[in-house]
Design a protein around this ligand. Structure first.
Ligand SMILES: CC(C)(COP(=O)(O)OP(=O)(O)OC[C@H]1O[C@@H](n2cnc3c(N)ncnc32)[C@H](O)[C@@H]1OP(=O)(O)O)[C@@H](O)C(=O)NCCC(=O)NCCS
Length: 184
């Protein structure tokens, strides 16, 4: 398990605002729940896990404590405004894979926070020795696609009807990936 205590917590500046980064622990469950419940329905439609559900958040915190996930929280003036998460695969034949998830609050979008959180989790993946980093999204999530593209990810697969939204409508899933072995 990676020791992140030297890197977090720390403050960074974006667009003149100070953002505090920290590692998600069980003590943050209330804040993450509040953050999730404040997200617009459009964002909640595409969540891989239902982060408005407290037991789901408890399992998440548990998996962080076991090193199966690494989640970096971003706060502005003490209020949670986003997170980036690296999820490892439990499957033996996918142990080289890491999946990045990022969500940023609408009020602080387009100032580089999403890309920053993606980069922070990307660095964790590299430090863990993972060689293939992936991001999954619904085809409609164009902002996410552009952000990962800008970070060097390439579209790898489009899987028809692989995800189902909160209204029960199926969507195509886009998988983007970054092959770390190609880096110097
Ligand atoms: C995708 C998301 C994380 C981006 O967060 P963000 O903080 O706004 O992203 P950034 O400011 O770092 O943007 C980085 C680049 O991504 C691209 N981008 C981000 N959002 C975009 C949008 N809505 N439309 C077009 N391009 C977009 C841009 O190229 C942007 O650079 P620029 O602002 O200099 O043009 C955010 O929109 C979000 O939380 N969406 C809902 C959840 C989601 O889709 N998560 C991704 C699935 S893992």
């Amino acid at each position: 398990m990676l020791d992140l205590s030297k890197k977090y917590p720390r403050s960074i500046s974006r667009n003149g605002m100070s953002i505090e980064l920290s590692v998600f622990t069980a003590e943050d469950i209330d804040d993450v729940h509040q953050f999730a419940c404040s997200l617009p329905e459009g964002d909640l439609q595409f969540l891989r896990i239902d982060i408005t559900d407290r037991p789901t958040l408890e399992r998440w915190a548990d998996s962080v404590s076991k090193g199966q996930r690494y989640t970096i929280l971003a706060r502005r003036d003490g209020k949670l405004v986003g997170y980036g998460s690296l999820n490892r695969r439990e499957l033996h034949w996918m142990r080289h894979l890491g999946e990045i998830r990022v969500i940023v609050s609408p009020e602080v979008r387009r100032i580089g926070l999403g890309a920053l959180l993606a980069s922070e989790t990307f660095d964790i993946a590299r430090d863990l020795g993972l060689t293939k980093i992936v991001a999954q999204m619904a085809r409609e999530q164009q902002g996410a696609r552009k952000m990962f593209q800008d970070l060097g990810f390439a579209a790898e697969a489009l899987l028809a009807d692989w995800v189902i939204d909160r209204d029960g409508k199926t969507r195509d899933m886009l998988i983007m990936s970054f092959d770390v072995t190609g880096l110097g």
